[in-house]
Design a protein around this ligand. Structure first.
Ligand code: V47
Ligand code: SF4
Length: 362
């Protein structure tokens, strides 16, 4: 280990926070095995050998979207070939299929549809709760929420309160992309800016609605933009402590306007997991989102700081298969999830959406 890495490891061992320059150094120069060692040290201090998962499914009401993010392979304009707009009845029929399955969470996410508003989505949330009263509803990125609130001429605070009253439990981490305004302008100039994303999450946390955060990386950003992104999340978490998990999302290049960009390789993905774990000392969970990265890489990332495999999914999301993920039909039964985590020599723990431990499979 060189002297700078040794100093950083010393800080980690004594529970001190690393700064932006040190984060940048790790991205640019650190040896991958040494990064893994440091990230795994932190992960084990927090959770020992445990790896979390839940039983969940996704509900994607529509892929019609007013925005045209260049990295997106999923959105379509209204009426365009490949677009879908599920009716309330169709959505609730899908939910009914889960009445006799042991799922604990539904993740609702979709395009920013021009005609659907806060009342519509409140009705959807309440409808889901009437069918599955115990389910945790994690719904709507800050970008979808921003549109609902603006359309309804309602403040974020009032809008979030209304959704919470209808049954919303938490907010997923999507829409964060990369906070740097110059990069954001180039890859998703139309949608909510980073200040708005952060403000909606802050408001949610203050209202007792926890959330997750993502970072879309591996396109046109450089390491300094990633550190800036992580720093903004760390600062907000210092204020609110409302983020449960951070999910790094590697840019996938199929069927979108950035298809000319080569995807980063496995070593870069592992580097990114490790730096995220080391830098984000105040966000408890680092999620390896296997429908995006593939199961094998997700399992490897568990030795590079990640502690959470998200959930069983039940082939209910299309975002990543449309962007070229190797997981064309993402589904894991809980028994397979348990087996692959055990095969990687970790202890699987089924969790609920607030990370309460439901069952340990030791
Ligand atoms: O915001 C879109 C990303 C996100 C591509 O909170 C892409 O538990 C890679 O946020 N390549 C939505 N990424 C998904 C999301 C998420 C996923 C899993 C768990 C949670 C959680 C949240 O997907 C978007 C965008 O950043 N995305 N296109 C692409 N081509
Ligand atoms: Fe719309 Fe989200 Fe795709 Fe952007 S990433 S075009 S906001 S669905």
């Amino acid at each position: 280990m060189d002297i700078k890495t040794q100093n950083i490891f010393e800080k980690i061992k004594t529970g001190k926070r690393i700064n932006a320059d040190e984060g940048l150094f790790l991205y640019e120069h650190a040896d991958l095995a040494e990064l893994g060692l440091m990230a795994d040290f932190i992960k084990r201090q927090k959770f020992e050998n445990k790896v979390f998962f839940n039983r969940n499914f996704h509900l994607e009401p529509t892929n019609v979207c007013i925005h045209g993010c260049k990295f997106c392979s999923y959105s379509r304009k209204q009426g365009e070939q490949g677009s879908w707009e599920l009716s309330m009845e169709e959505l609730l029929e899908t939910v009914k299929k889960y009445a006799d399955k042991r799922v604990t969470e539904v993740h609702v996410v979709g395009g920013v549809h021009p005609d659907r508003d806060l009342n519509y989505y409140c009705q959807l949330i309440a409808g889901i709760k009437s069918i599955l009263p115990e389910i945790h509803i994690k719904a709507f990125t800050a970008v979808e929420l921003d549109y609902m609130f603006k359309k309804g001429k309602i403040s974020a605070e009032e809008g979030l309160k209304k959704l919470k009253n209808c049954g919303l439990n938490s907010i997923p981490g999507g829409g964060a992309e990369i906070f740097d305004p110059q990069i954001r302008k180039k890859v998703c100039h139309e949608k909510s800016d980073s200040t708005t994303w952060l403000a909606i999450h802050q408001k949610a946390h203050l209202l007792g609605i926890p959330s997750n955060a993502t970072m879309l990386y591996g396109h046109i950003e450089d390491y300094s933009h990633r550190i800036d992104h992580l720093q903004k999340l760390r600062e907000l978490q210092d204020l609110t402590n409302g983020f449960n998990a951070f999910i790094p999302l590697k840019f996938k290049n199929k069927n979108n306007l950035l298809s000319g960009i080569r995807e980063v390789n496995y070593t870069e993905e592992l580097r990114n997991y490790a730096v995220s774990r080391i830098f984000l000392d105040n966000i408890p969970h680092i999620k390896a989102y296997w429908p995006m990265s593939g199961k094998d890489l997700a399992l490897l990332s568990l030795s590079f700081g990640a502690d959470d495999m998200d959930g069983t999914i039940d082939d209910s999301t299309k975002i990543y298969s449309m962007a070229g993920s190797e997981e064309a039909k993402p589904t894991l039964t809980s028994s397979v999830m348990i087996r692959i985590i055990k095969d990687a020599r970790h202890t699987p723990v089924e969790r609920d959406s607030e990370y309460n431990e439901l069952q340990i499979f030791s």
